[in-house]
Design a protein around this ligand. Structure first.
Ligand SMILES: C[C@@](CO)(OP(=O)(O)O)[C@H](O)COP(=O)(O)OP(=O)(O)OC[C@H]1O[C@@H](n2ccc(N)nc2=O)[C@H](O)[C@@H]1O
Ligand SMILES: Nc1ncnc2c1ncn2[C@@H]1O[C@H](COP(=O)(O)OP(=O)(O)O)[C@@H](O)[C@H]1O
Length: 268
């Protein structure tokens, strides 16, 4: 069985407080985008794991797909073995949630393959054990995320006809380090209200990670400036970076980026 775990972008991201468990309370809007990995799982006598495409840093046993398998097998002992193949296409440490998406899609694939009949509520519970961003990818529709990112409320957003350009300059930003660079503060406006009026986005839809990350990596701020020069109606860094996206009303004129940048362009 084959699936295509997609990336996400964050529209606004406020870090409101630090919790006793080391996580931060956040408020953000998460939106799926059509930049995807490919994940295949088939029943097999022997378990196997294989990945192609971009090289994934770290020990394979820490891969969120294998963690998803472990988490399900703890509650459903005796599930058959799987041959798993991931083709990695979404840049990592990029604020795009690629690893989280792989983990959530792995849960959904196993739910189907093994006929577990888990509904989205239970799948989100399992996903929350894998990472704060993972539950979002279960329903995979625009959501306001609060708590550590796992408390989700649907939001209606009209992005039809919008084009996205996403640039990743290849700077790896670790999530934990990014959080430690921000001093939490109360949000300045009401996120739901701001999201309903696109004319307010540029001035009021803020990603709290930007100041500290831009200070350490001015190149990322320059990419955002270039998006606005090219006519974007809203541009921001996604999550903890380093990807920057620009939203456009129509297919943008070709923009010249450095050859070393990862570039993705699509209609939403
Ligand atoms: C910043 C965000 C915004 O959408 O996305 P990315 O930029 O990573 O894509 C997320 O909060 C990333 O969520 P996720 O990548 O799942 O983080 P986790 O694996 O749960 O946590 C990794 C580490 O980040 C920190 N962390 C994460 C989430 C949170 N609300 N507060 C935190 O302080 C903690 O130090 C934690 O140990
Ligand atoms: N399936 C996976 N794909 C990519 N990275 C993974 C995966 N599972 C675990 N990881 C680990 O998670 C780290 C962060 O990757 P990712 O979730 O894609 O970035 P971000 O947190 O910036 O959205 C990677 O550097 C890697 O060590």
């Amino acid at each position: 069985m084959l699936s295509f775990p997609n990336a996400k972008i964050n529209l606004g991201l406020h870090i409101t407080s630090k919790r006793k468990d080391g996580y931060h309370e956040i408020e953000t809007c998460m939106v799926p985008i059509p930049l995807c990995d490919a994940l295949e799982m088939i029943l097999d006598k022997k378990p196997s794991w294989n990945s192609t495409g971009l090289e994934i840093p770290g020990d394979p046993k820490d891969n969120l797909i294998l963690k998803a398998e472990k988490v399900l097998k703890k509650d459903f002992p005796g599930l058959p073995n799987l041959a798993i193949h991931l083709h990695k296409n979404i840049p990592m440490g990029a604020g795009l949630g690629g690893g989280s998406s792989d983990g959530a899609f792995a849960l959904k694939l196993m739910n189907n393959l093994f006929d577990l009949h888990l509904d989205d509520f239970f799948l989100e519970e399992y996903a929350a054990q894998l990472g704060s961003d993972c539950p979002f990818f279960i329903e995979n529709t625009p959501k306001i995320a609060r708590g550590r990112g796992e408390i989700l409320d649907p939001i209606s957003l009209d992005l039809k006809g919008t084009w996205i350009i996403l640039i990743n300059p290849g700077i790896h930003v670790g999530t934990k380090e990014a959080y430690s660079g921000v001093t939490p503060s109360a949000p300045k406006g009401n996120l739901e209200e701001i999201l309903q009026d696109r004319n307010r986005w540029k001035a009021e839809l803020v990603n709290d990670f930007e100041p500290s990350i831009f200070k350490n990596h001015p190149e990322i701020a320059q990419i955002k400036a270039k998006m606005y020069e090219a006519g974007s109606y809203y541009s921001a860094m996604s999550g903890s970076g380093s990807s920057v996206f620009g939203l456009f009303d129509q297919k943008p004129e070709p923009i010249t980026w450095k050859d070393s940048y990862f570039v993705f362009e699509s209609e939403l």
